[in-house]
Design a protein around this ligand. Structure first.
Ligand code: GRF
Length: 210
């Protein structure tokens, strides 16, 4: 998207929504030139939906179906339709605990972004902070990346290092990583939106400027 247009973000999350709140605050304080057009969760009582509603942002629970790690075809189709109807430019995964593949990625080709709580390609998959602690690394962090067909494998947009400290528990390390996420994610989106990052894959506008 070029010029004065503001990206319309569609945020997908399954959890408490701290990354969503950080993004919403960056929009509110003017540092991220975007707006959130829709929040979707696969978890009915997820905090992220509550945070969106408190801000007057459309928020929808879409039942994921019977699979544990992905959306069933109806849920995927419903999600694509809702995001298209909301004229979403960029899909922002913020703690969305299901793998998106095939039709979803085709519908938003190169326009799905995720944050992962490790320095990829180290520790993809679940509980990356625990994987880091168990392995014994001294530095871990978080990664903002484009989503492709793999699990946590898409092109890396930005990373931030986080030290592993003596005596860290999974909880303390996870919290330190999440603090880094809450600055890295909005900053990365803002640099991308402003065209300052040199990123080679700009999202394409799906709707004209209003
Ligand atoms: C974050 O740690 C993110 O890295 C992971 O899920 C968590 C989401 O937390 N993918 P929140 O819902 O944004 O608070």
């Amino acid at each position: 998207m070029q010029g004065e247009n503001r990206w319309r973000l569609g945020v997908l999350g399954s959890g408490k929504g701290s990354n969503f709140v950080a993004i919403a605050r960056a929009i509110e304080d003017g540092t991220l030139p975007a707006e959130v057009g829709l929040v979707i969760s696969d978890v009915e009582g997820a905090g992220i939906l509550q945070h969106a509603r408190e801000r007057g942002i459309p928020a929808r629970f879409i039942a994921p179906g019977s699979f544990r790690t992905k959306l069933d075809p109806q849920a995927e189709a419903a999600s694509i339709a809702a995001l298209k109807e909301a004229r979403i430019d960029l899909v922002v995964l913020a703690g969305f605990m299901r793998i998106l593949k095939g039709d979803f990625l085709k519908a938003f080709d190169g326009r799905v972004v995720n944050i992962h709580p490790s320095l990829l390609p180290s520790f993809p998959g679940l509980e990356a902070w625990k994987q880091a602690l168990d392995y014994g690394v001294k530095v871990t962090g978080c990664t903002v990346h484009l989503v492709d067909q793999g699990v946590d494998t898409g092109p890396i947009l930005a990373q931030r290092a986080v030290p592993v400290l003596e005596g860290d528990t999974t909880a303390s390390l996870h919290q330190r990583i999440q603090e880094a996420e809450r600055t890295l994610y909005p900053e990365t989106l803002a640099r991308w939106a402003r065209g300052e990052s040199g990123l080679r894959i700009p999202p394409q506008s799906t709707h004209p400027a209003s």
